[in-house]
Design a protein around this ligand. Structure first.
Ligand SMILES: [Fe+2]
Length: 343
């Protein structure tokens, strides 16, 4: 009977006998095994095969196991691939260097076949789990784009929002998890519009007060849609509160000043900026200067934090947003996976 393929493994070792030993143990378990005799060849195999686990020796020609591990962990496309370093029992310093290089686990020579099987099995399961999370992330972000597509006037809005908000967060030196939430929030802030009827969402003229009340519900609907998904915990405040105003005149909860979550305030500023600098059926896009003037006026009116608007004007002034906008213009490829560290 052909053994069931249970995972894809890359082995890097310059000693032929070691490679053959690992190959024998793992193929017997049903794994597909790819082998390289140095770090450079292994890195190339990792890029082509996208393995579930990499098992690497430490001392190898061209590139050693630490450097191989570091490169795998520094590449956004492979950073979640588990790396196992093979060391000998006495090499305590190798283990410390391995931990610093980002290794996920260690195997000691001589191999204990039971230990090898157990560790590889557990790491393959871990990789499957993170792959599922990555797929879920793409599906969720795509939902934002689908909602955007219903409203034909906002081409590229989600992608620009994600790029601008993440850049603004980085400028404010926010922690990586907040920057990741801002990026996701760029796609998802208006996801609740899925619950707003087409007749209101795409109405060319002004909304009546009743229609506007329905439109306002997109914040609450979006918040409920995000539900208790752990992945979206940081995004929910953005989805619910991006239309709040510092003087309490916003919606849905009429929050004031610092009660409005910071990430929602950032998203609100970027949302207005992108809306003003984009063409609409009823007006041409405003220049960056005119859009900033409007944001400063909103700050003066008490709707937005003046310090945040000033910081935003700073990153506009150095051309950073303009360059980002050029990369996220309508028709630019959709790459949610290029998000900054997503978890
Ligand atoms: Fe909105």
């Amino acid at each position: 009977m052909t053994p069931r393929t249970t995972g894809n493994i890359v082995i890097a070792d310059d000693v032929e006998a070691n490679r053959q030993l690992l190959w024998g143990l793992l193929t017997r378990e049903g794994y597909t095994v790819h082998m390289a005799s140095d770090g450079v060849a292994a890195l190339d195999l990792v890029a082509r095969q996208m393995p579930d686990v990499v098992i690497t020796d430490v001392m190898m020609p061209e590139m050693d196991g630490f450097e191989l591990c570091r490169r795998i962990k520094n590449n956004p496309a492979t950073r979640l691939t588990p790396v196992v370093l093979v060391t000998s029992l006495a090499e305590r310093n190798d283990r410390i260097a391995g931990i610093n290089a980002g290794a996920d686990d260690f195997l000691t020579k001589p191999f204990d076949p039971h230990e090898l099987r157990a560790r590889v099995r557990s790491l393959v399961s871990l990789k499957r789990y993170t792959d599922d999370l990555d797929s879920a992330d793409s599906v969720i972000l795509s939902l934002g784009l689908i909602v955007e597509a219903r409203d034909g006037t906002t081409g590229g809005h989600c992608q620009r929002m994600a790029a601008f908000a993440a850049a603004f967060g980085a400028h404010l030196a926010l922690p990586p998890e907040d920057i990741a939430a801002l990026h996701r929030g760029g796609y998802l802030h208006d996801v609740g519009k899925v619950g707003v009827p087409d007749a209101i969402l795409t109405k060319p003229g002004r909304l009546t007060p009743d229609e506007f009340e329905i439109m306002k519900r997109h914040t609450v609907i979006g918040d409920a849609l995000c539900g208790d998904l752990r992945l979206l915990r940081g995004v929910r405040p953005i989805v619910r509160h991006h239309h709040e105003r510092c003087d309490g005149s916003g919606y849905p909860d009429g929050l004031k000043d610092h009660d409005i979550p910071l990430l929602a305030q950032i998203t609100g500023i970027v949302d207005v900026y992108d809306a003003l600098t984009s063409d609409r059926p009823y007006r041409k896009a405003l220049t960056q200067e005119a859009a900033l003037k409007e944001l400063l006026e909103e700050a003066r009116r008490g709707w937005r934090r003046a310090d945040l608007v000033d910081e935003f004007a700073g990153i506009c002034a150095d051309g950073h947003l303009k360059r980002l906008g050029d990369h996220t213009a309508p028709g630019a490829p959709f790459r949610p996976a290029a998000a900054p560290s997503l978890r």
